[in-house]
Design a binder for this molecule. Structure first.
Ligand SMILES: [Zn+2]
Length: 296
């Protein structure tokens, strides 16, 4: 079922982000309507492969593969703001096990550089989904003047590693950073969730409060705009606070992971494989980031 989102959602989401003030107004009064089937925050299943949205590589590919920037950067309501978008995993990871299994700093422990990521039953890979959505989010934020930095420049390389991805956000002095992912949960469970940093002494103390605000803004706008419910198979109402992810622990700027759906669930997968839905979902992500940025 390639197209299950209600038309109302579609037309709203299709609006250009340049209608931000209006969208903000709506967002601020709308609370969190929308489907919320995940009333049963069951459990903490062992995550299918630490979806530690990061991957790393020394060679970060050529920028040529990326969609052209839509500038003019700096002109618009988000002018002067810096956003780092981290498309989880990478297309070359599967062929480079020694590189992606290498341990890197992840906070008070070490963790593998990256993982391969999930895929749908039909073989649509998470790294590709993450990449496509990230380009769309970048386009929408740049149209409103933000400066957007991606942590990888193509979908064929390896990595970069999780610590390096966080480092890119730090070096950019990002006002906000988001790792774009999709989960590989049980077929019976569906929905999105936002992962936010828990307290890790000496690591996340400086970002937990702001990251929670960012998580709430993204959660609300994504729930409202994507037509996808929050997860019914893990997390708590679509929020999952974690202390084991290097991509969060190594960040010095407000950062969250957005797991945009469950690729192993047929209903979620049908949405994720639909380019029109990805456009709609990316608009919701961009709005969540914009709402957050305009708070400060
Ligand atoms: Zn992932």
């Amino acid at each position: 079922m390639p197209d299950s989102a209600p038309p109302g959602h579609r037309s709203r989401a299709a609006r250009a982000l340049t209608s931000l003030p209006l969208v903000l107004l709506l967002a601020s009064c709308s609370g969190s309507p929308g489907p919320a089937p995940g009333e049963d925050p069951t459990a903490t299943l062992p995550l299918p492969g630490p979806d530690d949205g990061s991957s790393g590589t020394e060679e970060r590919g050529e920028p040529g593969d990326a969609a052209p920037s839509t500038g003019p950067v700096g002109d618009g309501p988000l002018g002067g703001r810096v956003v780092v978008i981290d498309p989880g995993h990478n297309g070359g990871n599967a062929e480079a096990p020694s590189e992606i299994n290498e341990l890197v700093p992840a906070g008070q422990h070490e963790k593998a550089c990256d993982t391969v990521g999930a895929q749908t039953a039909s073989g649509y890979a998470e790294h590709e989904f993450n990449w496509e959505v990230s380009l769309l989010v970048r386009e929408k934020l740049e149209a409103d003047g933000a400066t957007v930095v991606l942590t990888r420049q193509d979908n064929e390389s390896v990595g970069p590693c999780i610590d390096e991805r966080a480092g890119i956000g730090n070096e950019a002095g990002a006002d906000a950073s988001v790792s774009i992912h999709a989960d590989g949960g049980p077929e019976s469970g569906r929905g999105f969730h936002v992962i936010l940093p828990g307290e890790v002494e000496g690591y996340t103390d400086d970002i937990t409060d702001e990251s929670r605000v960012l998580a709430e803004d993204l959660h609300r706008e994504y729930l409202d705009g994507s037509g996808i419910p929050y997860a019914d198979y893990l997390a708590d109402g679509g929020f999952d606070e974690r202390t084991d992810l290097g991509g969060l622990n190594m960040s010095d700027v407000p950062k969250v992971f957005l797991e945009m759906g469950n690729m192993r669930n047929a209903e979620d997968a049908a949405l994720m494989e639909d380019p029109e839905w990805r456009e709609q979902a990316a608009s919701a992500v961009a709005r969540g980031l914009a709402v957050y940025l305009l708070r400060n």
